[in-house]
Design a protein around this ligand. Structure first.
Ligand code: CO
Length: 214
């Protein structure tokens, strides 16, 4: 690992970065300052090793980002829901990517019986996913592999959680978008894996389906 940078270096790096962007495209910041029009909403883990723009080769302005521990879509999370509503209704994003990663500390923590204080309440959402898939998970003897399998189940569950929101269902009805994607990132080789995709108007269990006035 390279030596830890100081906060002063971060500000210095920033000047160099801004300059290099202008060298390649002198209108880069002018253009961005006028508006943002990202096509993608990214819901990812807060883990510092999974930066949305960097691993997807995208620039500022291309991805609207929400990150939390273990990339959860929780229906009472005002932060997530506000981001989701703004991305869908104002920015009109075409794709939502829920991105987990192998070796996720949040997932491992949720699989343990350790108490983490306040964090327990957040991790409980992952324990609920574990419970849904317990039989299949317990067939895997290797602890790391079992944890990685839960990473995948968790991503899929969070994508389905999106479909249970009126925000997504309404957008599907109004403009036949967005498409939903579940990805998992491998930290040890830098590769993203496509785990699941849900197209607009995918059938939803009737108990979660909303009827909107015409
Ligand atoms: Co993580």
């Amino acid at each position: 690992m390279k030596t830890q940078q100081t906060w002063e270096q971060l500000l210095q790096n920033n000047k160099i970065w801004a300059e290099s962007k202008k060298q390649v495209d002198h209108l880069f910041f002018n253009r961005l300052s006028k508006q943002q029009a990202p096509r993608f909403l990214w819901i990812g883990c807060s883990d510092s090793r999974v930066p949305a723009n960097e691993i997807t080769g995208t620039d500022p302005g291309e991805i609207f980002v929400h990150r939390n521990i273990a990339n959860l879509v929780v229906h009472t999370d005002l932060n997530l829901l506000s981001v989701l509503q703004y991305a869908i209704e104002v920015l009109q994003v075409e794709h939502i990517i829920v991105c987990g990663h192998y070796g996720c500390g949040g997932i491992s923590a949720a699989m343990s019986q350790k108490s983490f204080g306040l964090l327990n309440k957040w991790l409980c959402h992952i324990k609920d996913v574990y419970k849904l898939h317990r039989d299949e998970l317990l067939l895997i003897n290797n602890e790391e592999e079992r944890s990685n399998k839960l990473v995948e189940f968790n991503v899929i569950e969070q994508v389905y959680n999106l479909t249970k929101t009126s925000i997504i269902q309404h957008a599907w009805k109004e403009r036949n978008a967005p498409f939903l994607h579940g990805w998992v990132y491998r930290i040890d080789d830098g590769i993203l894996h496509n785990i699941c995709e849900i197209s607009p108007n995918h059938p939803i269990d009737s108990i979660y389906r909303f009827q909107f006035p015409e």
